[in-house]
Write a protein that binds this ligand. Structure first.
Ligand code: GLC
Length: 749
């Protein structure tokens, strides 16, 4: 034996000895198990793992398919006994005993429903959001669900789009922070804990940019914008260990995400190192036929699997077409093997092989008091005080009677919001119920809905509501949207309050009584007129099961509003798209624009000095991103920087004094925005880089501090490289995206 062979043989022995003594490397153990299993699998069994069906009522039908190893995952089965029965078939009657993965859309709660994600984003409180996802995971896993199709982290800048309700709003950074918080909540400390569920960041990618805010519509997002705006939340999700991803319905620049290897392989796996699996959206593989991106289901299956979609949701083209495609060499069996590895890896990490069954302790877990309390806290913090003229809120002991009116005052189903499958309206506490419970016999509560539901055009009931208002000290009007008016496929071209709600508010305002308008909706609505007519406006995106107690506490001052708008509120729908992180343009509005009614008759035609705004709507939105009032006031002062000139590797520390200058305790969401003044490509006028919730007693002052690594100012530049470009920057420490003093600093080489 040559010396070299002796050396390599001894090296091999040494490494084997070392390996056998090393602490168990869990990943290596799982990879070995995957390989061992894969080597036994037939092609049909592999394709079975890549096949997800939606539960049918016919359990026998599903049993046959499971026995044959034709199913890898089932969505929408939520009955523990049925789940265990189907799982037993997979474990004990299929050839290889590979467990099924049961999935459900647990978007903002399973039984205990939290505010819709847009409302949770308004809390600017990642901990509250993480807690909510943890509760959802505990309740869903108690039923046997181990995989949710959430978080939805599509940057959403068009409130006409119904799915803005499911998103964390318009901002890249806010979606990033909240998406990671939800993933941590869903997946817990360890994915193989029985009450952890696999997260599934969606919809990858760019779905929120659907043209015209019409769902499923095409998007056109060039790579640079994709990388600077839409991809960062997903990159953070992948690096936070999200177990799965979901490809989106939209075609971006002509390529459906479900057939887009650039995002699914080059970016997701190549650049980010994602090692979980990708599931298509509902039949989004087959929808490539309608897109005109595939001529038949054979091409559908080939394009989707080669692009990197590992599991097909309910379309069944994989099972039908891939055997032939493999035989023809159009799809390599290695591609199939990689997909199956990814799926098995998550099933092993979930611990399903060792613990495939669910113990039915749903009775103990569903709607547990601590879950309801967490949902109430999230609802409290998600409410945004948009107006409080004359400090009509909070209501005090001088208020002896209130008229509770409006179609959302006692609407237990509507208050839950969109994407609720398992939460029951019977558990909802509405504002009417909560107010009655809170005030007891100390305050007379006169209830007259005025309208039966949000789209109700029948004005007959308005007179009764007005009569109730006339008899009360204060009017509390609960308006907004039924749950079904937002969410998937529910887009609106007109964002005014539906039905006769505007007439209701106008009639109530005419009584001259203090009018508090509370809006429960799945999106920002164009409520400029109603806000003008109201003394106070409290915006509570559909607040979930405990929305009533939360709103009652806020109205009577047991809690203080702290929510901030996670999305810009337009004055009118024609302003859309309107968002704070816009580019400057060559003619930025100077904010002293001449508006429609100020233009003199026969004004001379000129474009000199003209800027970018609408004659009839002006430049500003109704409410900017990051905006929200409190029952107290805050003073920002002494913004200081650790240095005025920094290098790329430095960390900038920004401090600011925040004082509670009012009479009540309150919590302020302090926001740090940065602008890159000059770039190799045009840059947004400002971008949110940090935020913090600061609670202060009356008169209390705190120094708020943010550490900002200069590397966080990197962006994808003219050369499509992610770099920090030295030059002039500005920052704002502010209560919202439209306020605050500009403070310059430089980045130097
Ligand atoms: C839907 C949605 C997706 C959801 C899936 C399963 O069409 O687009 O968000 O998770 O189908 O219900």
């Amino acid at each position: 034996m040559k010396i070299a062979q002796i050396l390599s043989a001894s090296a091999l022995c040494l490494s084997l000895v070392a390996c056998s003594q090393a602490p168990e490397n869990k990943d290596a153990v799982i990879e070995n198990k995957i390989n061992a299993l894969l080597n036994q699998m037939t092609l049909e069994e592999k394709l079975g793992q890549m096949n997800q069906i939606s539960a049918s009522a016919n359990i026998e039908e599903m049993t046959v398919l499971i026995k044959k190893g034709e199913i890898g995952s089932i969505l929408n089965e939520v009955e523990p006994r049925r789940i265990n029965a189907l799982q037993r078939v997979a474990m004990e009657e299929s050839r290889l005993g590979i467990p099924l993965l049961f999935a459900r859309d647990v978007i903002h709660g399973f039984k205990t429903i939290f505010p819709i994600p847009l409302g949770q984003a308004a809390t600017f409180n990642p901990q509250v959001v993480k807690d909510g996802a943890r509760v959802a995971a505990i309740e869903a896993s108690a039923a046997g669900i181990r995989w949710t199709f959430a978080p939805m982290i599509d940057v959403s800048r068009d409130p006409r789009w119904g799915r803005i309700a499911e998103s964390c709003g318009e901002d890249t950074y806010l979606n990033t922070v909240m998406g990671v918080a939800m993933i941590e909540g869903f997946q817990g400390d360890s994915l193989n804990s029985p009450n952890s569920i696999a997260a599934c960041p969606k919809h990858f990618v760019g779905y929120g940019a659907a043209e015209g805010g019409v769902d499923y519509n095409s998007t056109y997002i060039p790579e640079r914008r994709l990388r600077n705006v839409y991809l960062p939340p997903f990159e953070a999700a992948a690096k936070a260990g999200a177990a799965t991803f979901m490809s989106s319905f939209n075609d971006n620049d002509g390529i459906p995400a479900t057939g887009n290897s650039f995002i699914l392989r080059d970016v997701l796996r190549g650049e980010w190192g994602f090692d979980g699996f990708v599931v298509s959206d509902w039949a989004s593989t087959g929808e490539m036929l309608a897109h005109g991106f595939a001529a038949d289901t054979k091409e559908v299956a080939m394009k989707a699997v080669n692009a990197g979609v590992d599991m097909e949701m309910v379309a069944y083209t994989y099972f039908k077409e891939l055997p032939g495609l493999v035989k023809e060499g159009k799809v390599k069996e290695e591609t199939i093997d990689e997909a199956v590895r990814d799926i098995l890896r998550i099933k092993f990490r979930l611990g399903l092989f060792d613990n495939p069954y669910v113990e039915d302790n749903t009775a103990k877990m569903f709607y547990a008091p601590s879950h309801l309390e967490a949902a109430k806290q999230a609802a409290v913090e998600s409410a945004i005080l948009l107006k409080n003229q004359g400090e009509v809120l909070p209501l005090d002991a001088s208020v002896k009677s209130v008229a509770v009116v409006g179609p959302m005052a006692d609407a237990p189903y509507e208050q839950l919001g969109t994407w609720v499958f398992d939460g029951e309206k019977s558990h909802t506490v509405t504002p009417l119920a909560a107010i009655r419970d809170l005030v007891g016999n100390k305050v007379q509560v006169i209830y007259e809905p005025g309208l039966a539901y949000s789209r109700d055009k029948n004005k007959a009931g308005i007179a009764k509501a007005v009569a109730a208002a006339s008899r009360a000290d204060v009017v509390l009007a609960f308006v907004g949207e039924e749950a079904i008016l937002s969410g998937e496929a529910h887009c609106l071209a007109d964002l005014n309050l539906q039905g006769a709600q505007c007439e209701l508010i106008a009639a109530l305002a005419k009584t001259g009584k203090p009018l508090v308008t509370v809006v429960m909706a799945g999106r920002p609505l164009t409520i400029a007129n109603e806000a003008e007519l109201s003394d106070a406006v409290l915006y509570s995106f559909h607040p979930g099961t405990m929305g009533g107690p939360a709103l009652a506490d806020l109205l009577w001052g047991k809690a203080v509003p702290s929510g901030k708008t996670p999305v810009t509120f337009p004055k009118m729908v024609g302003q859309i798209p309107i968002y704070y992180a816009h580019n400057s343009t060559g003619r930025p509005a100077k904010h002293n624009e001449v508006l429609l009614n100020d233009i003199p008759l026969e004004a001379g035609q000129t474009s000199l000095g003209c800027t970018s705004y609408y004659l009839d709507a002006g430049f500003y939105p109704l409410y900017p991103f990051g905006y929200g009032l409190s029952y107290t006031t805050f003073k920002y002062s002494n913004v200081e920087l650790s240095a005025k000139e920094l290098k790329v590797g430095d960390v900038l520390t920004v401090t600011c004094d925040l004082e509670n200058t009012g009479k009540r305790p309150g919590t302020e969401v302090v926001q740090l925005y940065v602008q890159d003044k000059v770039g190799s490509v045009t840059r947004p006028v400002k971008e949110l880089k940090r935020f913090a919730r600061i609670s202060l007693k009356p008169g209390e002052k705190k120094k708020v501090s943010f550490d900002l690594p200069i590397s966080d100012l990197a962006f994808w530049n003219i050369d499509m490289k992610k770099v920090v470009e030295p030059g002039d920057f500005s920052l704002w420490v502010a209560p919202d995206s439209q306020s605050g003093e500009e403070t310059p600093f430089k980045v130097v080489r």
